[in-house]
Design a protein around this ligand. Structure first.
Ligand code: ZN
Ligand code: FE
Length: 257
């Protein structure tokens, strides 16, 4: 029997998703980011899990704001980006691009994905086909460029494009409906995208999460991952231009959408 990593997902704040991951054999539990400490306490209680770790993707308050309260109550260990350690409250373990560590039986790889913030990282459990991507990649979207450049973000997203289609993408926000509307505005003839919009409308009407998503459908429908596609570039009036320019233009349009 494979020791499966369990994921417990819950909505918190206005549009964040909280995640707890749990290895039932080793009885370790990690919070992926800490948008809201009280919500995490309640969910830990409900699951009967004891918090042992926090893995932070970046410093924003809706990701690291609950760190200190959770650490104070549980004594958990906090892992975050080495190059952003000064902005990660309570950080114990500093990690950088290419690092990996074991969480129970599970190998977790760290990738640096600057763009949304300069110190953003993602956590990738390749054997479980799971990735926790914070505010780097969303369903049909990507994070706003608050601190990094378009070039940085395109390089970051290009790393994620190496992941197999089956990779489950656990992103930090339910932004899917707004993202889908934008995506259709720049990629109207994409049949996969049109179909996906119908699915998203149904799910959101029933208040069902559209997250996790997966790399296969993102590759086909996420405008920020389609910068290498000739038809997509042509649709933006950038036929033959480098992917980074196509990405940058898509991001600019989204900012003004
Ligand atoms: Zn953020
Ligand atoms: Fe966020």
């Amino acid at each position: 029997m494979i020791n499966q990593l369990q994921v417990h997902q819950f909505a918190c704040l206005s549009d964040n998703y909280g995640y707890l991951i749990h290895d039932p054999v080793h009885k370790v539990t990690a919070a992926i980011d800490t948008p809201d400490a009280d919500a995490y306490f309640a969910e830990l209680d409900k699951m009967g899990w004891r918090l042992t770790h926090i893995f932070n993707t970046h410093h924003h308050a809706d990701h690291a704001g609950g760190n200190l309260a959770l650490k104070e109550m549980t004594g958990c260990e906090i892992t975050g980006a080495a190059n952003d350690a000064h902005r990660i409250p309570g950080i114990d373990v500093r990690v950088a691009d290419g690092d990996f560590f074991m969480f129970g039986d599970h190998r977790i790889d760290v990738l640096e994905t600057p763009g949304h913030t300069t110190g953003h990282i993602v956590f990738y459990a390749s054997e479980q086909n799971m990735a926790f991507v914070g505010d780097t990649l969303f369903a049909m979207g990507c994070g706003r460029l608050f601190e990094g450049s378009a070039e940085m973000m395109w390089n970051s997203l290009s790393k994620l494009l190496n992941w197999p289609d089956e990779t489950q993408i656990y992103c930090a926000h339910e932004y899917t409906m707004a993202n889908a509307k934008f995506a259709l505005s720049v990629d109207a003839n994409n049949a996969d995208l049109q179909n996906r919009m119908q699915d998203v409308i149904k799910l959101r009407n029933d208040n069902i999460p559209t997250v996790p998503t997966n790399m296969g459908i993102e590759r086909r429908t996420n405008p920020f991952l389609r910068a290498l596609d000739a038809d997509f570039a042509e649709g933006l009036g950038l036929a033959g231009q480098p992917a980074v320019e196509v990405f940058a233009e898509a991001r600019r349009r989204k900012d003004n959408f």
